[in-house]
Design a protein around this ligand. Sequence first.
Ligand SMILES: [Fe+2]
Ligand SMILES: [Fe+2]
Length: 252
Amino acid sequence: MATQTLSERADAYEEQQIRELGERLIAKSLLYNLADGVRKHGHDGPSGGPGSAALLMGEDPRLPPMPDRPTLFDFFRYRFSPARAHVLQSANLAQKNGLPEKMVLACLLHDISVLGFIRSDHGYWGAQLVEPYVDEEVAWAIRMHQALRFFPDESVGYEYPDAYVRMFGEDYRPEPYIVAAYEAARKHKWYMSSRMIVVNDLYSFDPDVVVELEQFEDIVGRHFKQPPEGLGNDNSPSSHMWRTLRRPCNAL
Ligand SMILES: [Fe+2]
Ligand SMILES: [Fe+2]
């Protein structure tokens, strides 16, 4: 028998997934396969023909179940990766540094795209996720922190991060759109709000410092307009993003 092609192996893997999912086929988005260097979306396997498995629509049995009306904290608990400790520690630092509540919230949310959604252009995705629920200044600060991270500001003692030299190499230079975003932000009335996210952004995690989500319950209660019907059920401009995070493998 001829050696299986990559695509045949992928199909075999899908068939195995079906068995594990009680005869439901997982439709994997192109984006998830692109992340593995594969240009193919995932439901062109054995589905479609007579007797083939149905595609998964609805709750994903592989992921922790979520309440019917999920809150921001439910997404922290049941979807975000363990890396959420990073934003908890950043918000904790902001609180210790006496920042206004609104800015503590901005620090708590600044990287939710990295730890809960999509890494690439995380400032923009993160801002979009929370925009309907927070003060305009908070969303703006989150969007811009991605660019500001690359540029020093002596007035607040912020230098180009050593971690970026390690992560991206010594000769890495930000792309033109990041330079342009930085230059525009520099002249903006909320520049310092975004800069405060950057200043309180921690790289290194102290495993001995455990910051609990509950520490920010009151701040979130006062400054995050939690929709009573649940994030994703509220028909806001970013509801679809929360729904996608809840059910990332819905076929359509
Ligand atoms: Fe960030
Ligand atoms: Fe961060």
